[in-house]
Unconditional design. Sequence first.
Length: 508
Amino acid sequence: MTSETQAAAPVLAVRGLCKVFPGVKALDGVDFTLRAGEVHALLGENGAGKSTLIKTVTGVLQRDGGSVSVAGHEIHPRSPADALTAGIGTVYQEVNLLPNLSMAENLFIGRQPRRLGMVDTGAIRRRAAEIMRGYGVDVDVRRSLSEFSVAIQQIVAIARAVDLSARVLILDEPTASLDAREVEQLFDTVRGLKARGIGIVFVTHFLDQVYAVADRITVLRNGRLIGTRVTAELPRLELVSMMLGRELEQATHLARSARSGAAPSEPFVSFRGYGRRGQVEPFDLDVARGEIVGVAGLLGSGRSETAKLAFGAERADAGEVRIDGRPTRLASPRDAIALRFGFCPEERKTEGIVGDLSVRENIVLALQAHRGWLRRLKRGEQERIADTFIRRLDIRTRDAETPIRLLSGGNQQKAVLARWLATSPEFLILDEPTRGIDIGAHAEIVRLIESLCEAGMALLVVSSELDEVVAYSDRIRVLRDRRHVGDLVGDAISVAGIIETIASEARP
């Protein structure tokens, strides 16, 4: 970026932007500027306000305060179409085009050139071919969009937005479904647009990509602006600290007392070269009985994908699984349950509980699946199991027949844990087990995790709460940009150690 570009007035200026939802200030006086010919990365963890900022700027949501200007003119978009008319185009991770239509038709949806009152198909194809060649894509534009890779579909979406006179292009997680070759193909397009003077907002979780393509970085946290820095002048360690809100000098924490004891026994479960293209690069991981392995990393690093692969909820396309040293099959959750694996997912309400079923029915669900539907649990046995775990985990409910959707988040989480404990698992995978619950329930679940480990269970626990994962883990696996990049053991286990490993530029 030249000094002349830096001195120019911003093509997009957001000043004091505010957005309030019931009980939540999602954006609190946020400033953001984008210059012509600049790639500006917008970063932050879950709940930081990135999506709300994008939606407010593009008219999906209406702002409650502040201003948005394009090329010096304040705009008040009521919809994404209004924003596009004002010069702001947006391309999302999930391409918002019509895969059953041709590439040419997608480029000209709603604005087809006509001749003698009829759609001029020849003109559409000629113009589409010319546009795509400008992006280095020389293909038959008559082919259905679904026949092309996701990267090419992203480029089509970008080309359409730019051809509709976008001065500002917002790329919202555009690389989340792309492999390394496709990412570089997309970045070639981004660099070409930058050279044409288009300002690009790049929303992503991948730090390596930010440093590869962005000129400046803005970090949001909890709806507030933390800072805007020139990429070349911002060390990775400092960037990660900005995103997480941690200063390294105050970030050391003692872990479980068991960490200083004997080394763990032979692995109970081992993953070798295990991974899935587009989700997590192949990794090796061992978990022993009586061991808690924490999983840490920024949002989008592959934490939840690792948990789902370990349970068979996502099917690996590389590697093998061994139980007590013996190769085994893990192609589905059914296989995992048969191996005495349990899994509490991150999305409790959509993937964990069945809201309209009772607490009793939710608790016995996995045990019934393990036994098979031909060996039905009798009602009395269901009631006994449910009552046992309601007492054991202190699930606060009027009775076992209460619909689980009526319980608090913490009690719903304890009921999901009870579901798996009822199967007597040997390996329990917990993805964000304390997210969104009150302080009392949080402490109870942490104590439960530790007691399960002491009873000899193998646990893999994913958490974005760094103090928490440091406190109870015997070992911490750190992820970055869909890769397993390091292990922390012994005295190396600390919040500072996690942040330093995330920020490290070295590949594993």
